[in-house]
Design a protein around this ligand. Structure first.
Ligand code: ZN
Length: 623
């Protein structure tokens, strides 16, 4: 019997996931690059061979490449955007306009061929527009060969040389990278400093650089016995590279990723920590900085990875590198670049956040520009769950601060919908608040709607169905609908596509034939199911649950470990709902709407009975 059940479960799983793939396609890229660095001039030459597979049902006549370094030139879109937005990012400000010719970044394309034939191309700011020599039909491959040379800009944002912590090279967004073409068409977004989207593929990269440099980045080092520096197998003999006098060639290979980043410095040092499942964590940082804090970080990073593996799906690569560089923290496949000069707690929190991006963006590779809340928000959600675990917190709502930020934005009347393209937000602060806080709240609040178990199982299902792909908001909604067996259109439409807000109140509490009648009111435009928890004078708690008709189901198991009484569904258009409970009014100490605070109610002052007695409210001290 047990075997039969297992077989049936297996068939169901296989069917579910193949159903999710039906009609789905994505492009494929295979990069081979040879890079020769001139660390005195801060320039490099590059040869790139890109085998591009058009898996789309459409014939392509043009392709586009990102040339990110061109953003670091006076008058670029990034420069002008930074100087005209109402709240400039202080890291950028007006720094680009002041760059001298030897401090700017550039990519110069010297030649480009498609299947051996020269193609016409034009550099338009940070985009290379290419007219193909011959169209690429559905299912066909094309091989592009490019010769280019580049200058590494002074570090302004994310990429560049000589960052604020003294790291020589933070090499991110550093090579001509083919733009992604998906079911929504081309995404040749000019780089103005924000989000990314890339093609799934494999990278084979050889970097030749002065031999005193230590490198870390995306991909596995293919010649560890030649480069040494902590990558070598200590039991094997070191080899000397042929022909290389002052320089050393580092050979990296990264399968199934959508970008490639690296960093280099002669002062880097390198430690490793092995996870029980075999993943090797690399820590690469400046020798002069705070060695003990990096030593202290190692077991914390291990614990964090293990928690995320267990709760959000298994990290599929054999290595991950945490590298000092950049200007804060930024995620790349198989690595992150972070700064390390803040507090130890800051180092932990940036490491946890950026490494969780290996799931949200690294594996579930959403188009960040269109769905910045799906990478930053989901990462923030998982980050705070992880931090709570690391701190033995047991908080019911570890995102209380994010809720506060969201409500302040609402109060200031500055909201923009989550559907806003990342480049088009009116301000940096609203982009931040939306992508990080409201995006995280979206998940936490979903656990209020469908139950905590359904959300956490749904996150694993999201991983199973969508890792190594490009999920959209609609794909994510469907995963959660299937997990909860519930209709969730209304939730995503209201919370993602509009700026409507939620406010419920306890209007009146009255005696009714030995029972108690609680009048609840919907004051906000966005409707929600309602949890009401009653505290009786004997100290016991009772939970009443009011779903909405449009959900077509009740939520499953949720965080409260008290008995739940399911009430009739609320047809949301009704402004009020009469909740009749069996308790006599004299026995009631306090009533509260959503004591878990997971519902983003913009005015919680009317969620309590007796009014103005928040201290009497139903309080849960952790799970
Ligand atoms: Zn992030």
């Amino acid at each position: 019997m047990k075997q039969i059940i297992t077989l049936i479960t297996l068939i169901t799983i296989v069917q579910t996931s193949s159903f999710a793939q039906k009609g789905y396609w994505q492009q494929h890229a295979k990069y081979e690059m040879n890079i020769d660095m001139d660390a005195k001039a801060h320039q490099f030459t590059g040869q790139q061979e890109l085998v591009y597979t058009n898996n789309s049902p459409n014939t392509l006549n043009r392709v586009f490449y990102h040339l990110y370094y061109n953003a670091f030139q006076p008058g670029s879109m990034m420069d002008v955007r930074s100087r005209t937005i109402i709240d400039p990012d202080p890291r950028v400000g007006d720094r680009i306009v002041g760059l001298k010719p030897d401090e700017i970044g550039f990519h110069k394309i010297n030649s480009l061929t498609q299947n051996g034939k020269a193609v016409e191309y034009k550099v338009v700011g940070t985009i290379l527009e290419v007219e193909l020599a011959e169209p690429i039909s559905p299912g066909k491959k094309a091989t592009f060969k490019m010769d280019f040379n580049s200058q590494i800009p002074i570090q302004i944002r994310r990429t560049g040389r000589d960052n604020q912590e003294g790291v020589d090279y933070s090499m991110t967004q550093w090579y001509p990278k083919m733009c992604e073409y998906d079911k929504d068409g081309w995404h040749a977004n000019p780089y103005i400093g924000r989000e990314f989207h890339g093609i799934w593929g494999d990278f084979d990269v050889k970097i030749t650089i002065d031999k005193n440099y230590l490198l870390g980045g995306t991909g596995y080092v293919q010649n560890p016995q030649e480069v040494g520096k902590g990558y070598e197998d200590k039991k094997k003999k070191m080899k000397t590279q042929k022909g290389a006098e002052d320089k050393l060639t580092w050979h990296f290979y990264a399968p199934q990723v959508h970008d490639f980043a690296w960093a280099a410095d002669p002062e880097f040092t390198h430690d490793t920590t092995l996870l029980d499942n075999g993943t090797l964590l690399h820590f690469i940082y400046m020798k002069d900085t705070l060695v003990d804090r990096w030593t202290k970080l190692r077991p914390v990073a291990k614990k964090s990875f293990e928690f995320v593996n267990e709760n959000f799906g298994e990290y599929p690569y054999k290595q991950y590198s945490i590298i000092q560089g950049g200007d804060g923290g930024m995620e790349y496949p198989m690595c992150t670049l972070i700064t390390a000069h803040s507090s130890f707690q800051g180092l932990v929190s940036v490491t946890v956040h950026e490494s969780i991006h290996s799931w949200f963006q690294g594996l579930m590779a959403t188009n960040e520009s269109k769905y910045s809340w799906m990478d930053e928000g989901f990462t923030t959600f998982a980050q705070y769950k992880t931090m709570d675990y690391l701190n033995d917190g047991g908080a019911i709502n570890p995102l209380a601060r994010q809720y506060g930020g969201y409500v302040r934005l609402v109060d200031a009347n500055r909201q923009e919908p989550l559907t806003t393209h990342a480049d088009f937000y009116k301000s940096n602060s609203v982009y931040g608040s939306n992508s990080y806080s409201k995006g995280a709240i979206l998940l936490m609040q979903l656990s209020y709607i469908i139950g905590d178990d359904a959300v956490m199982n749904g996150m694993k299902r999201y991983y199973d169905e969508w890792h190594f792909k490009h999920p959209t908001a609609q794909d994510f909604k469907r995963v959660m609908e299937k997990e909860a067996n519930m209709e969730l259109d209304w939730y995503f439409e209201q919370f993602v596509e509009t700026t409507n807000t939620i406010d419920y109140s306890i209007e009146a509490v009255a005696k009714k034939e030995g029972k108690t009648n609680i009048t609840l009111a919907r004051k906000g435009d966005m409707p929600m199911p309602i949890d009401v928890v009653i505290k009786l004078k004997d100290g016991s708690l009772k939970w009443y649950y009011i779903p909405m008709r449009i959900m077509r189901n009740n939520k499953g198991k949720d965080i409260y470990e008290i008995t739940r009484v399911n009430k009739e569904a609320w047809p949301w258009v009704y402004p009020e709902y009469e909740l009749v409970i069996d308790e006599a009014i004299e026995n009631i100490e306090a009533i509260e709407i959503d004591p878990s605070t997971r519902m983003a109610d913009v005015d919680r002052s009317n969620n309590y009975y007796p009014k103005d007695e928040e201290d009497k409210a139903v309080k849960f001290e952790g799970k």
